[in-house]
Ligand binder design. Sequence first.
Ligand code: ARG
Ligand code: ZN
Length: 465
Amino acid sequence: MRASMLRWAGVGLGLVALASSVTPATAATTPSAARDPYFPRQGNAGYDVAHYGLTLRYDPGTRHLTARAAITATATTRLRAFHLDFRRTLRVSRVTVDGHGATFTQRGTHGHDLVVTPAAPVRKGDRFRTVVRYAGRPQAVTDPDGSIDGWVETEDGAFVVGEPQGAPTWFPCNDTPRDKARYDFRVTVPAGITAIANGELVGRIIRHGDWRTFRWHSGKPMATYLATVTTGVFRVRTGTTPGGILYYIATDPKVTAASRDVLRKVPAMTDYFVGLFGPYPFGSTGAVVDHAPKVGYALENQTKPLFDSPPDELTVSHELAHMWFGDSVTLKRWRDIWVNEGFAEFSAWMWSEHTGQKSAQAYFDRYYAKKADSWVFSPPPADPGGPADMFDGSVYERGAMTLQALRVKLGDDTFFPMLRAWYAAHTYGNVTVPEFTAFASAYAGRDLSAFFQTWLYDAGKPTTW
Ligand code: ARG
Ligand code: ZN
């Protein structure tokens, strides 16, 4: 949805515009130059999605999902056929493109793709609307690091997290962090269940018999991995932060009491990061604490970070800081994960410092005291080595140490304005690690390449910088 994405989509054109003799699986593949090195099956450079309209009906009792996805996109090349990332666990019953029935297949694609052949090719530059009807019992996927991701069933609903590859477990999409889009959700669940998606509630909850429909609008660009429709029994609190930002906070009754104190800080944390980094990028802030302990992690779902259990203060501030770094300024390739995680973790240290708890330097010192072969230092944050290690502790802690070391090197009067300028320059965009290191050097007016080489790329414990 941005110019930079269109530039990227222009790389290696042609593969998606297949001849009819080419098998769908090959035709659906993203041009190699655009493939993510960690998740080469993700995404399609042949079109650019502007909007997803997701209409879902979910019954936690039967675990059955019935859905319709309306996807508005612009073709970046001529499309005789195209693929959407979509797991085969859900069965597609009908696809239309601009109102006309299209042929489609979920076969021959390793279970990852829905290949659509419209009645007539979509011309390069044309905006087109694909409607996919599907149903089934969504299933989480297992990530290279062994964790689960996607639609995770809970006792009373579903805990929905999509990083790095879970979005296609519940909706057909262009599952690359580069193709951000706007979203509208219409989610119908049994009375007594709350359906929580990104953005803000639109109008009232619609009552029809034993069912309730929640409409959510997410009006700012959002990567697919940050989309959620989390359902279950929830207690909800809404309001406005002292700084004037709407918030929506929901807790599973099983964890309401245990999360109360930390969630009280969400408004102040959000306002603090506005002061530190710049304007809040979305229409609302908040948090959702569910009871899904088997997940084992939290995710910075846009506007509403999602926690699997009662979080500590460091985790809540980490996930909220992701609204700036991760959600608004988003990695371009998964190997750039440090631009998300290192920044969010450093921000959590800053909240701690700001509130008179442990300072960022104290966090740095505590980790720096560890032995050279500690998990803190390996793998290096900007070169985790592969998708199995992209969420390793070193990406977070050595990643945050990098920013604290840079802060000390440049001084607060240069470092924080530099971070604000970085955020301002890339709001709603996608970035790489080299783009940041070049930006920091240019901003500071000095060559920081040796510093970043030591902190971000070299193996082992940094000793001199
Ligand atoms: N981005 C999440 C965080 O704030 C972690 C997500 C981990 N996901 C996974 N599939 N292991 O730290
Ligand atoms: Zn994080």
